[in-house]
Design a protein around this ligand. Sequence first.
Ligand SMILES: Cc1cc2nc3c(=O)[nH]c(=O)nc-3n(C[C@H](O)[C@H](O)[C@H](O)COP(=O)(O)O)c2cc1C
Length: 141
Amino acid sequence: MISLVCVSQPTCWTRSRKETLDDIQAVSQARNSALNVTGVLIATTTHFAHVLEGPKDAVESVLTSIMSDPRHCRVNVVRRTPIFRRRFPVWRLARMDRGRFASFALAGTLKRLHTAPDRETLHHFDQLTDALARSYHTTLT
Ligand SMILES: Cc1cc2nc3c(=O)[nH]c(=O)nc-3n(C[C@H](O)[C@H](O)[C@H](O)COP(=O)(O)O)c2cc1C
């Protein structure tokens, strides 16, 4: 199995933000579950950050679709590693604008992850996604 982290920027929200995220969530839940791919997608107003994990071919196939999706741009794969155990039992979407995850300085972390993904930033991102993995709800607002 592999795990990858990719970060991108939403293009203009042609439909409403909620409708766009609902569409992504619906297709992802169906396709990822069929392909045995899990992970988390974090959506802020300025960035998407995505962890995908599962069989290599399945993850790469989902990534190929994601790379050509016009709803975002500047898609950077910032880490790709072999794994033996999943961190996420199911695929989930976390919509984060404010509130409970403010302490993670989310906007700054995702911006650095997108442009200069050093070890410290990746570590911080892992802490954030660990907190998400522990939380019960699929969708956080
Ligand atoms: C930020 C972002 C994350 C996405 N994540 C997934 C995902 O995890 N799984 C998935 O199947 N599609 C995901 N999609 C949707 C895909 O880009 C694509 O529309 C969908 O998989 C259908 O693939 P196809 O057009 O190759 O049939 C995502 C799209 C965006 C913009």
